[in-house]
Design a protein around this ligand. Structure first.
Ligand SMILES: *Cc1c(COP(=O)(O)O)cnc(C)c1O
Length: 421
């Protein structure tokens, strides 16, 4: 039996309707921006394995740091104990996070980072003697698959069976150049008629919604308005973090600063599940008390795993290294040139790019998980390009280390798709 046949016996895959799904690709090897399957066929990892492996798969500097860490200190609990990898990572992150961020709380994946952020916000108000029970979030946002994170998410194709069990959330559209006044009015109405605790958002780019961009000035205005009402602003940078949008964090492009940030995915360069919920000193202080229960009694077994911290530290060394910065800028310039080239194509409804993210909305109506979407996916797989169309949006988010010829190949295949479908 080959791997695909053996897989089908016991395995249940995420985000998969197994009755109709195409068999998963059996990947046996990865290097840089490339993957190989069991039959030796090569693929370009066009979305960096869900936006994680930005410095390339099996990056030698990162695997070396992890190997060294594994031989010195594998894992210890993070409650009552501490260790150098976590301390060093917190010091390095503080140098690049927005200046108001002061404390780092560790979790083990993106959803749990959001979960911790929501609990932190709710308990912040509770500790201050305020009853605030409502979250504000964008339409079509995605924040993860645990209950709090799912509540904040606004993509109904994932949430429908659980709607009755979710937290209280008021939803607003993302701000564009044209609708800001209207949204501010909606937000005012929400703030006046609810006890709002937190505003959660993916800053500037909504990933799962289809790499949808929104306005910097608009988001700034909404954050300012929320903060005026003492609503904590939570920037979910799990997708946007670590150089993908052109800056270290998408929030660096804002004037306002978030109260809480969620980091994961590229945090560990895709090498290890780890996440962070960071916050301001003001929030942290609300948990300090002679009363023990005012502390944040929230923990995940693998919080601050030393291996993940070692990977993250090695990743941060690379993020703003001259080689990676040059690659990031070159990808961004290439995306712009390709956008110019295809923007008048009859199948292109919209093309946009920011940093290393390129998204094309096809002028073809399509279900998020329909058969046409599957045909598109298969079209790319056959040509050795791994991307996951989101409805009728095609997007590239390649590792920073992708080679010139591989990036060119991505564009050629994308253009071929435009001429085929
Ligand atoms: C992926 C993602 C999450 C969830 O992270 P998991 O590690 O998959 O739980 C949350 N928010 C955003 C913006 C993401 O892209």
């Amino acid at each position: 039996m080959n791997l695909t046949q053996r897989d089908s016996i016991y395995l249940w895959h995420p985000l998969t309707q197994h009755k109709t799904a195409i068999a998963p690709l059996p990947i046996v090897k990865a290097k840089g921006a490339l993957l190989w399957d069991e039959n030796g066929k090569q693929y370009i990892d066009g979305i960096s394995s869900w936006y994680t492996s930005m410095y390339g798969h099996c990056n030698e500097e990162i695997t070396a740091a992890m190997t060294k860490q594994m031989q010195e200190l594998d894992f210890v609990m993070f409650s009552g104990l501490t260790h150098k990898p976590a301390i060093e990572l917190s010091e390095k992150l503080m140098k690049i996070l927005p200046s108001n961020q002061a404390k780092i709380f560790f979790n083990d994946n993106g959803s749990t980072a959001v979960e911790a952020a929501i609990k932190m916000a709710l308990q912040f108000h509770f500790n201050n003697g305020e009853n605030r029970d409502t979250l504000i979030a964008f339409e079509n946002g995605f924040h993860g698959d645990t209950f709090g994170a799912m509540s904040a998410s606004g993509i109904a194709s994932y949430n429908a069976p659980f709607e009755d069990f979710l937290l209280k959330v008021e939803r607003i559209p993302v701000p564009t150049e044209h609708n800001l006044a209207e949204i501010v009015q909606t937000l005012n109405h929400i703030l006046e008629n609810n006890n709002c605790a937190a505003f959660l958002f993916e800053p500037l780019i909504q990933g799962a919604a289809g790499m949808k961009f929104h306005s910097v000035e608009g988001l700034d205005a909404l954050i300012a308005k929320c903060q005026k009402h003492k609503v904590l602003c939570v920037a979910d940078e799990i997708m946007t973090g670590f150089g993908k949008t052109g800056t270290n964090f998408a929030c660096d492009q804002l004037t306002q600063q978030p109260d809480i940030m969620c980091l994961s995915k590229a945090l560990t360069a895709g090498m290890f599940p780890l996440s962070i919920t960071s916050c301001t000193q003001h929030i942290y202080n609300a948990f300090l008390s002679e009363e023990v229960h005012k502390g944040f009694f929230h923990a995940h077994t693998f919080s601050a795993h030393p291996l993940g911290c070692a990977a993250a530290i090695a990743g941060l060394e690379l993020l703003n290294s001259p080689t990676i910065v040059a690659k990031r800028e070159w990808i961004s310039t290439s995306h712009n040139a390709f956008s110019e080239k295809i923007k008048e194509h009859s199948k292109v409804a919209n093309v946009r790019s920011k940093g290393v993210i390129l998204a094309i909305d096809l002028a073809i109506p399509m279900d998020r998980y329909g058969s046409l979407r599957d045909e598109l996916y298969q079209f790319f797989v056959e040509r050795g390009l791994l991307i996951r169309p989101l409805g009728n949006t095609l997007y590239l988010l390649p590792p920073f280390v992708i080679t010139e010829s591989d990036l060119e190949k991505c564009y050629v295949i994308l253009e071929e798709a435009l001429n085929t479908f």
